[in-house]
Design a protein around this ligand. Structure first.
Ligand code: AMP
Length: 282
């Protein structure tokens, strides 16, 4: 696996492979890789002749009081994992390489899609995401890019952006990878102490219980939301950011559970703010 730090070298390396007709898969990440990330890499390896992964903790998608400086890092561990999985290039740029002096251009997906869920509690977050993902797409020029449903709203925003800006690639959404006990894998789980790690199970459990309630016939979104809040509130120090049920495609809030729906939650459990979701066809 080649480790590349500069945009120019990355472009050259990918061009060489494309010239001989290879398809290129791309997996963007912020590092501290776990099996959730690796499931994206595996999917990319399966579908493409050549795979590029990136590690970049993108400052423009973090708010002022968020964990940018504390974001966990393990470059050596990440390198080993990517190498073992047969990734061809790891792109690992500096902030200066991505945002050189004088940088002034941003991509913003406007409207309802970015005004709900994480968009309303993390203003500017999706502008940062859309900007860095556009830049990375322009640098790698992949045929396919892989994103996790763990960040369901991110997938929707990126799919919207790709469609709106006529970007010439396919977005491949990949299922949420969970720990054996149900906790959605996340680099931020490393912030949890032993007790918080146990208590954090209320997130996935509340979603699984909501699914059961829906499958047994409940169609009122507010009842389902109440049930989730009650479950999460059994952990007295958990702080709920949001519990929402939306149409999975438009991300509009719904009152009646019907069609392709997304139940999305964000909860602070001790230090980290954790997100989880469940998509259901009713
Ligand atoms: P991050 O490093 O958190 O920016 O994540 C990089 C990519 O991995 C994003 O597309 C995430 O949605 C995806 N990802 C993170 N955690 C998981 C997970 N538990 N299951 C599936 N994909 C994930």
């Amino acid at each position: 696996m080649k480790i590349i730090h500069s945009v120019e070298a990355l472009r050259q390396a990918v061009k060489t492979e494309k010239k001989v007709g290879k398809s290129v898969g791309f997996v963007p990440t912020m590092g501290f890789l776990h099996e959730g990330h690796m499931s994206l890499v595996k999917a990319a390896k399966k579908d493409n002749d050549f795979v590029v992964a990136s590690i970049f903790v993108n400052p423009t998608q973090f708010g002022e009081n968020e964990d940018l400086d504390a974001y966990p890092k393990d470059l050596e561990g990440d390198q080993n994992k990517l190498e073992q999985e047969g990734v061809d290039i790891l792109f690992y740029p500096t902030v200066e390489e991505m945002y050189p002096k004088g940088y002034s251009t941003y991509v913003s997906v406007e409207g309802d899609m970015t005004g709900v869920l994480c968009g309303s509690s993390r203003p500017g977050h999706f502008r940062g995401v859309a900007t860095i993902v556009t830049k990375l797409f322009n640098m790698v020029a992949p045929d396919r890019a892989y994103f996790g449903q763990k960040d369901a709203q991110q997938v929707s925003v990126i799919e919207r952006m790709v469609k709106d800006l006529n970007m010439d690639l396919e977005i491949i959404p990949c299922p949420i990878h969970r720990e054996a006990d149900g906790l959605a894998m996340s680099s931020r789980n490393t912030y949890l102490n032993e007790k918080e790690r146990k208590d954090a199970l209320v997130l996935s459990q509340s979603l699984f219980e909501a699914k059961e309630t829906i499958l047994s016939g409940e169609r009122r979104a507010n009842k389902i939301i109440e049930g989730i809040i009650d479950k999460i509130s059994t952990v007295d120090y958990a702080i709920i950011d949001y519990v929402e049920i939306v149409d999975a495609l438009t991300l509009h809030k719904i009152d009646e559970i019907k069609g392709d729906i997304l139940i999305a939650i964000a909860v602070k459990v001790g230090k980290p703010r954790l997100i989880d979701n469940l998509r259901l066809e009713v």
